[in-house]
Design a protein around this ligand. Structure first.
Ligand code: ZN
Length: 268
């Protein structure tokens, strides 16, 4: 309950830019959302466009299909129907995706879909070691520079893997034994972030668990604590390590294990 109140207060203070302008506030707080239509506030779309050529999880041969149902030339209007995997392209994993998680994508509290973006840059680590996992020490370094990770934050790992998208071979980086290699969160890091009461974990690879993971330990741990995951986030390079705000809009599939998700970063 406390967490909800904190998140609510944060969102209120964020949204009430106009009010705050009358009080004492910094220019970056002022009218942040109101500045979006004019372009004064920059919004970055962290979502890949969906088609049938995106790198899918190995083994998922059929990923996306779209069919034209009505065409302007024939029916006078344009509609399509589509079929896709819930976990394809930029998507959300809901806690129900792995036990002991139970919450489906349509039941994630809306307050958890808005939060400060904590961006942890591990591009150098990933370049040196494709099996790199975020350490507790690296989180401590972030907190030393930017302060304690706030409750309700969405913690995003910037591995640089987005530069390999949509080349499936380079993005998955499978070895001869068919094992994938890309960076992820460690169990210890996930445990600390759960303690910080963050709302979600995000990454610019296929999985918050590192590619070679067999047991998806971070998935199980975080889902058990009610967190969601954002996977295959698009290029995170323009995000500051602190100060951006995320708006996360997953498809509202009743009972869904996750689904395609639009993710926006509002820059300070
Ligand atoms: Zn997923």
């Amino acid at each position: 309950m406390m967490r909800r109140v904190v998140v609510f207060v944060f969102i209120c203070s964020f949204l009430s830019g106009a009010l705050m302008a009358q009080k004492k506030s910094t220019p970056t707080e002022r009218n942040l959302l109101a500045g979006i239509p004019s372009g004064r506030t920059r919004v970055v779309d962290l979502t890949y466009a969906i088609n049938d050529k995106l790198p899918a999880w190995p083994g998922d041969d059929r990923a996306f299909e779209a069919k034209t149902n009505a065409a302007v030339e024939k029916e006078g209007y344009f509609t399509r129907s589509f079929w896709m995997l819930e976990h394809y392209g930029t998507h959300m994993d809901a806690p129900i995706h792995f036990p002991p998680g139970t919450i489906p994508v349509d039941k994630i509290p809306v307050e958890h879909l808005f939060g400060p973006a904590v961006v942890i840059d591990v591009r150098d680590d990933g370049r040196k070691d494709a099996d790199y996992r975020l350490t507790v020490e690296r989180i401590a370094r972030w907190e030393k520079a930017h302060g304690r990770i706030p409750a309700g934050a969405v913690v995003v790992l910037r591995t640089g893997w987005a530069s390999r998208w949509p080349d499936a071979a380079r993005y998955r980086s499978l070895d001869a034994a068919g094992v994938m290699h890309f960076p992820g969160f460690s169990v210890e890091a996930a445990r600390l972030l759960i303690e910080r009461k963050v709302s979600g974990l995000g990454i610019d690879t296929m999985s918050v668990d590192y590619g070679a993971s067999k047991d998806f330990e971070v998935h199980r741990l975080a889902f058990g604590a009610g967190l969601y995951h954002l996977e295959n986030l698009a290029d995170l390079s323009v995000l500051p390590e602190a100060g951006a705000f995320l708006a996360v809009a997953p498809i509202k599939l009743e009972g869904g294990s996750g689904g395609p998700c639009r993710v926006f970063a509002i820059l300070p």
